[in-house]
Design a protein around this ligand. Structure first.
Ligand code: MG
Length: 170
C-alpha cells in the first residue's frame, strides 16, 4: 500500500524536529531567524509581532523542500569541517570561496516555494547580513569552521517567512 497524506505529515514533523535540532547544534535557533524576518517586515506591517514571525518561520521549516535543503547544506558544512571531503571541494567550502555559488543556489530552493517576493527578500538579506547571519559569517572565517551553506540557508528561511507573511497580509 502506498503512503498516505497523513504518513507524509508525520514524517514532515519528524524531519522538522531533526532539522531544528541540527540547526541548533550548528548555532542557530528559529527565534534568531524570526528576528530577521521581523526586521524585514515590520516597516510594511504595523501590527506585526515577533510571535507571528516565529509562527511563519515554523511553517517554513515544515515544508519538505526546505527540510531537504537544510539536511543537504548542513551535512556538507559538517563534512567539510571534519575534512571528510576531497579537493577541490573541501577548500572551497572551508574558505567559503566566493565563486563557488552553490550555497546560494541551494538556498534558492527554499525561497522558491514562496515566489518572486522570496527572491527579492533573499537578495536583500544576502547583501545586508543582519543579526545571526553576520555572526555565522564571522565565525565561519575561523580555522576549521564551515558555515558556507548555513548562512545562506538561514537567510533563505528568514526571507521565505517574510514572504509568507507578505502573502498573508498583502
Ligand atoms: Mg554562503
Amino acid at each position: 500500500m502506498g503512503k498516505t497524506y497523513q504518513d507524509d505529515r508525520v514524517n514532515d514533523t519528524k524531519t522538522r524536529d531533526t532539522v531544528v535540532k541540527m540547526m541548533s547544534e550548528r548555532g542557530v535557533e528559529l527565534s534568531e531567524i524570526a528576528e530577521i524576518t521581523f526586521d524585514l517586515q515590520k516597516k510594511y506591517i504595523k501590527e506585526l509581532t515577533f510571535e507571528t514571525c516565529l509562527e511563519h518561520v515554523e511553517r517554513v521549516v515544515m515544508k519538505r523542500e526546505v527540510q531537504n535543503a537544510i539536511l543537504t547544506g548542513l551535512e556538507l558544512d559538517i563534512f567539510a569541517e571534519r575534512g571528510d571531503m576531497d579537493e577541490p571541494l573541501k577548500s572551497m567550502l572551508l574558505n567559503d570561496y566566493g565563486l563557488y555559488g552553490i550555497d546560494e543556489v541551494l538556498a534558492l530552493a527554499i525561497v522558491n516555494v514562496y515566489g518572486s517576493i522570496g527572491f527579492t527578500n533573499f537578495g536583500y538579506v544576502d547583501k545586508l547580513k543582519p543579526g545571526v547571519i553576520k555572526k555565522l559569517d564571522d565565525e565561519g572565517k575561523k580555522e576549521g569552521v564551515c558555515h558556507t551553506f548555513l548562512d545562506d540557508i538561514v537567510g533563505a528561511i528568514a526571507a521565505a517567512a517574510a514572504s509568507s507573511i507578505a502573502h498573508r497580509y498583502g
